[in-house]
Ligand binder design. Structure first.
Ligand code: FE2
Length: 165
């Protein structure tokens, strides 16, 4: 471990990679619970689809670790722990209510937005570190997170929010 003053962009990149690796694997476990809890078949399907995509995200991250020359290893991410915990609270506290799906969508979008900010930064850092292949992999996942976020917004606007109101 280098002295603190010697830490560089590559160290930030490694840290961020471990953080999002942990987050993706956490979401892999959380999404089936969200799918089971969701009332609308469309929302269930959206969560299931994103669970499958998330497997691909984990896979891409393993490739990025390889390009970077480091072992794929997560690092506790209290931010995603908190976001997932809030989703579980919604599942618990709004179960059986007409507002459940609107709440689940909001919780899921919090996770997507977290991922979007992380992937955006990591992609930029990968480029600056001269790892264009890694940047491309990160960008592919970023695109899928953004699409998921849009799909969730549509489900909120076309159904869940009216039902909750
Ligand atoms: Fe993801």
């Amino acid at each position: 471990m280098p002295a603190k003053t010697e830490k560089k962009l590559a160290d930030l990149f490694h840290d961020g990679l471990r953080d999002i690796y942990y987050a993706e694997r956490k979401l892999l476990k959380a999404l089936p619970k969200m799918a089971r809890g969701a009332e609308s078949p469309d929302l269930k399907a959206a969560f299931e689809k994103h669970r499958d995509e998330t497997e691909g995200h984990v896979d891409r991250l393993q490739q990025v670790f390889e390009i970077f020359g480091k072992r794929a290893q997560g690092k506790n991410c209290p931010a995603i722990d908190g976001i997932v915990e809030e989703g579980e609270e919604i599942l618990d506290e709004f179960k059986g209510s007409r507002a459940l799906d609107a709440g689940l969508i909001a919780a899921a979008q919090a996770a997507e937005h977290y991922e979007i900010t992380r992937y955006g930064t990591l992609k930029r850092w990968a480029r600056e570190l001269g790892m264009d292949d890694a940047a491309r992999l990160l960008d592919q996942t970023l695109g899928e997170e953004a699409k998921t976020d849009e799909a969730l917004s549509r489900l909120a606007e076309t159904a869940a929010n009216q039902k909750a109101a």
